[in-house]
Design a protein around this ligand. Structure first.
Ligand code: ADP
Length: 706
């Protein structure tokens, strides 16, 4: 992941956390707000219901009080009998004065607007106080009803025609009790009540301070609802203001339609209100206690703003917190990146230094071979300027003959991107001269793109040395061959004259032994012996020269069979000496079987020979070490002093006189030649007096020229 992507991911994580916080705060705020809203609304509704109940109870109470006032009068026998008498005889002025005094006290003390007495025909008899409008619009009908039924009647609120005043009437019959029976009424009392004095203030009064709350008294009249009292926000409404009962959202209309309990709607001003509707029992009146929705929901709104404010504060705090974390994270990341960059820069500088002054050419190229960067060594080696090199292609640096090889190597390199590749080719300088190079090329990935980096070593000197060496090797092998040829020719051609010398010396011995003097006999003996030795040496030399010259083609050879063959050749000497020969498992190798037989035969023969009186014990084994089989032939013989361990492999080198041990010193020389021809080495490890072990190797995979 790149630095930018990592930053973006961190920022995104923080943003998600912040969003979750926003959602959580909003949900919490919403739940809390809803809770508060429900709580406040419920409380307000309960309050309204309680007030409506209170108002209904107060109104019922007030009405009952008025009725009991009336009973107090109509049940008072003293008052009733006085009235009875006066009504029968209106000329009794004294009685009239008493009755008037009583009526005045009623008017004054009980706050009745009018106190009226009518006779049984319904005609006005007495009136306190004096005034123009005596009866209300329905009063006469109510009086007639009372006189007829003998019952007390409470009128509804009405508006008097002349005075345009809102009033209520209470009518009670005047009946004298005669024992248990009641007679016919002699007339009736009529008490008129001014609702402004007590009823309206009672209805209007609100038990708690509120800027909008009020109680309305309404009744249904046909398709309309009539407001019965004076309202808080509008004057002259009592028995004047009406609203159609059909109006859906009007609270008064709802009351008119018989809705009871808590409602929400608009009032007479068209303002939204919360209201409690309760009918007043025993009347047509309905109490509506209402308060403006605005007032009800003011605390809810207040809570809302508090929640918003608190939520806002929380969000700002969360935002600041997240912001701080973010900036801290960013700062840390940038610091880290800065440190990493510094480190990288130091590394780059170091790398640049190394590449610039490296002893090898270092080139960085694109996949198309275009040279992107070159070091000092490249500039000095190719003779181009840095700028020229940067505009050149790798193919420009190849010698024309090596171009094809270059293409092949590049294809191989693309196939082995992981490992890189080392190959030799020839490069060309600016002046056209060429030089051999060893290229170590590798694909490197920088910022997602592949480049080739080649470290190129001028191997002119190495090549020269290699050439020199191979020439020397050639020379050596040629001279070796010549030597072998010479040895062969010499030994072969020497045999003839030697044979002649030898036969004539033997003839001399035959004819003249004991005929000349003692010295002559000795001389002849020396000559015979010398000729014999010379013959053996020449035979050995011939055998030695044959190893290189007359070797067979290599083939799959079982070393077990080779050893068997060698032992059968040595059978006589083994039996003669009683030598014990043991062996481990031996592998099959690629080689010349007759030469390998000779190799084993020479080594085992020596092991038996250099034993000096001991019973020879010989063990032959082989084990694999790396790419070669290591064979060993171990004996318990006289051993070889370490200083001679090299010399014994040279031709005609011996450590003992002929009298002591027979031999010419050619055996181990032949062994070495055979082993070397098979691509191996031969050496000895020995402890004088205890025994020797001869080791030789034969490669497991053979690449030897046969
Ligand atoms: P030769 O056996 O004819 O003397 P070689 O070339 O076989 O010649 O051996 C050279 C010399 O190495 C021997 O003269 C002997 O001194 C020494 N030599 C070889 N094999 C052994 C051995 N198994 N133990 C001790 N000495 C040995």
């Amino acid at each position: 992941m790149s630095f930018k992507e990592a930053r973006l991911k961190d920022s995104l994580n923080l943003l998600i956390i912040f969003l979750i916080l926003i959602i959580a705060v909003n949900i919490m705020g919403y739940v809390y707000y809803q809770n508060q809203k429900d709580h406040i609304t419920k409380e307000k509704q309960n309050e309204l219901l309680a007030i409506a109940d209170l108002k209904v109870a107060q109104i019922v109470n007030w009405r009952n009080e008025r009725l009991s006032d009336l009973s107090f009068i109509s049940d008072n026998p003293l008052v009733v009998s006085q009235l009875h008498q006066w009504l029968l005889d209106p000329k009794k002025n004294r009685l009239k004065e008493e009755i008037l005094a009583w009526m005045r006290s009623l008017h004054r003390n009980f706050s009745y607007d009018r106190v009226i007495i009518v006779n049984s025909a319904g005609s006005l008899r007495l009136l306190i106080p004096e005034g123009q409008e005596v009866f209300g619009p329905n009063d006469k009908r109510l009086i007639a009803e009372t006189i007829k039924s003998g019952k007390t009647i409470f009128s509804d609120l009405y508006r008097s025609k002349l005075e345009k005043a809102t009033r209520l009437s209470l009518v009670a019959p005047i009946i004298v009790r005669a024992g248990q029976n009641r007679g016919l009424p002699d007339g009736a009392f009529l008490l008129r009540i001014n609702p402004y004095v007590f009823l309206y203030p009672l209805v209007q009064s609100w038990p708690t301070p509120s800027p909008t709350a009020e109680t309305q008294l309404v009744r249904r009249e046909g398709d309309e609802v009539l407001f019965l009292n004076e309202l808080r926000h509008q004057k002259n409404t009592a028995l004047a203001l009406r609203c159609p009962v059909k109006e859906k959202n009007r609270v008064a209309a709802m009351a008119g339609r018989g809705v009871v309990g808590i409602v929400e709607g608009v009032d007479y001003r068209g303002v939204r209100v919360l209201a409690a509707i309760k009918p007043v029992p025993g009347s047509t009146w309905i109490v509506i206690s209402k308060v403006d929705a605005e007032e009800v929901y003011a605390p809810v709104r207040e809570r809302f703003w508090i929640v918003v404010l608190l939520g806002g504060v929380l969000l700002v705090a969360a935002g600041v917190g997240v912001g701080l974390v973010w900036s801290d994270q960013q700062a840390r990341a940038y610091r880290k990146q800065y440190e990493a960059e510094l480190e990288k820069l130091a590394l780059i500088r170091h790398f640049e230094y190394i590449t610039r002054y490296a002893n090898d050419i270092i080139l960085m190229t694109g996949r198309d071979g275009r040279i992107i960067e070159a070091n000092e060594k490249a500039i000095s080696s190719y003779g181009y300027t840095r700028d020229e090199l940067r505009h050149a292609n790798m193919t420009d640096l190849q010698s024309p003959d090596s171009l094809e090889n270059y293409e092949i190597q590049i294809k191989r390199l693309e196939g082995s991107a992981e490992k890189g590749l080392v190959f030799e080719t020839v490069h060309r300088r600016r002046d056209g001269t060429t030089f051999p190079v060893e290229v170590s090329a590798r694909v490197i990935r920088i910022e997602g793109a592949d480049f080739f980096q080649s470290i190129i070593r001028d191997i002119s000197e190495r090549k020269q040395a290699e050439d020199k060496l191979s020439r020397a090797m050639e020379e050596l092998s040629r001279s070796n061959e010549e030597l072998e040829k010479f040895a062969y020719v010499a030994s072969h051609d020497l045999q003839e004259p030697l044979r002649m010398v030898s036969s004539f010396v033997q003839l001399l011995e035959k004819r003249y032994k004991g005929k000349l003097d003692q010295d002559a006999d000795d001389f002849i003996n020396f000559a015979v012996d010398g000729a014999n030795r010379m013959q053996t040496l020449i035979t050995d030399l011939l055998a030695y020269s044959r190893v290189g010259r007359l070797g067979k083609k290599f083939g799959e050879t079982s070393c077990e069979a080779v050893l068997d063959h060698a032992l059968s050749n040595l059978q006589a000497v083994v039996e003669e000496t009683g030598a014990v020969v043991t062996r481990g498992p031996l592998p099959a190798v690629t080689g010349d079987d007759s030469q390998l037989v000779q190799l084993f035969q020479n080594l085992i023969g020596n092991a038996i020979k250099f034993c000096k009186g001991r019973l020879p014990s010989i063990h032959i084994s082989a084990e694999q070490s790396g790419n070669a089989w290591v064979f060993s032939v171990r004996d318990n013989g006289i051993g070889i002093p370490p200083e001679y361990s090299e010399r014994i492999f040279s031709i005609f080198q011996r450590l003992h006189g002929r009298q002591e041990y027979q031999g010419t010193g050619i055996g181990l020389a032949i062994c070495r030649k055979v082993v070397e021809r098979h691509g191996g080495k031969i050496w000895v490890k020995s402890e004088p007096g205890t025994g020797s072990t001869f080791y030789f190797t034969i490669p497991v995979q053979k690449e030897i020229k046969s």
